[in-house]
Design a protein around this ligand. Structure first.
Ligand SMILES: Nc1nc2c(ncn2[C@@H]2O[C@H](COP(=O)(O)OP(=O)(O)O)[C@@H](O)[C@H]2O)c(=O)[nH]1
Ligand SMILES: [Mg+2]
Length: 238
């Protein structure tokens, strides 16, 4: 496969040392035409150093080191710009904590051949969540519903972070204007893709709660989401 049809999985990390090594190995063991870019925010637990070590023997592994923790949105935007500059045709998002199953990367990629943006979805038939407490499930489910109603999008899982963009989608969106940073970043990107007329498809995934490391979800991220959905509704169009 030439570089124009190659795919890149972008994985933002903050303190994922217990997960990232095993995840990288499992992704490569799928035998898909994928490279991996880790975007690390100078994790105090040494995630970045671990990936640097692995990189020495793995030519399909790349890492960007950022100075400090600035949120998942900032990390992804830097990763997307890098991916575009390296001419990847498909750019995937994935969490580092095994909530997203590497065995499902193939179905996302496959579906991206026929669509512009593919969303791994927990809230369509066949989609599942394993292990989350009910308050966390409720926040996620109603978060998606809230955004879906306010933004008028016929999409069931707007807050998930297991997705695949065709490069044209990221080229069309003005990445410097994307404002959101926590999980509302996911809503914003999908909203902008829809506004620009791209073909979006949800495919069912099984989401599992992490068993190692800690969630970075907090109140600040929650309130940013409540507010930014309205800003999107009455704000920017592209
Ligand atoms: N680079 C970077 N990655 C982050 C940041 N916050 C979260 N992540 C990563 O984003 C992914 C999802 O975060 P997580 O804490 O598991 O969120 P949750 O699944 O919603 O509880 C994981 O791979 C995290 O390491 C951040 O500020 N910077
Ligand atoms: Mg997680």
């Amino acid at each position: 496969m030439n570089n124009m049809s190659r795919a890149l999985v972008v994985i933002p990390t903050y303190n994922e040392r217990e997960n990232i090594g095993r995840l990288i190995k499992e992704i490569f063991s799928q035998n898909l035409p994928l490279d991996i870019l880790v975007v690390d925010d100078n994790s105090p637990d040494g995630t970045g150093n671990l990936v640097e070590e692995m990189k020495k023997t793995e030519p399909r592994l790349f890492i960007l080191h950022r100075n400090k923790k600035e949120g998942i949105g900032r990390a992804y935007l830097e990763g997307f710009k890098w991916a575009l500059s390296k001419n990847y045709e498909y750019i995937l998002e994935m969490d580092a904590d095994f909530s997203h199953d590497p065995r499902e990367l193939g179905s996302l990629l496959e579906s991206a051949r026929e669509n512009d943006l593919v969303l791994g979805s927990r809230y369509i038939k066949g989609g599942k969540i394993i292990g989350w407490s009910w308050p966390r499930r409720t926040v996620s489910y109603f978060g998606s519903l809230y955004a879906r109603i306010i933004l008028g999008l016929g999409i069931h899982d707007l807050t998930g972070g297991f997705k695949c963009f065709k490069r044209i989608v990221l080229e069309t969106i003005d990445l410097d204007k994307v404002k959101s940073n926590g999980f509302v970043f996911q809503i914003e990107m999908t909203y902008l893709a829809k506004k620009n007329g791209f073909k979006i498809k949800e495919v069912p995934i099984t989401f599992r709660d992490r068993t190692a490391g800690h969630s970075k979800f907090d109140k600040k991220i929650f309130f940013e989401a409540l507010r930014n959905v309205w800003l999107l509704r009455f704000g920017r169009a592209k």
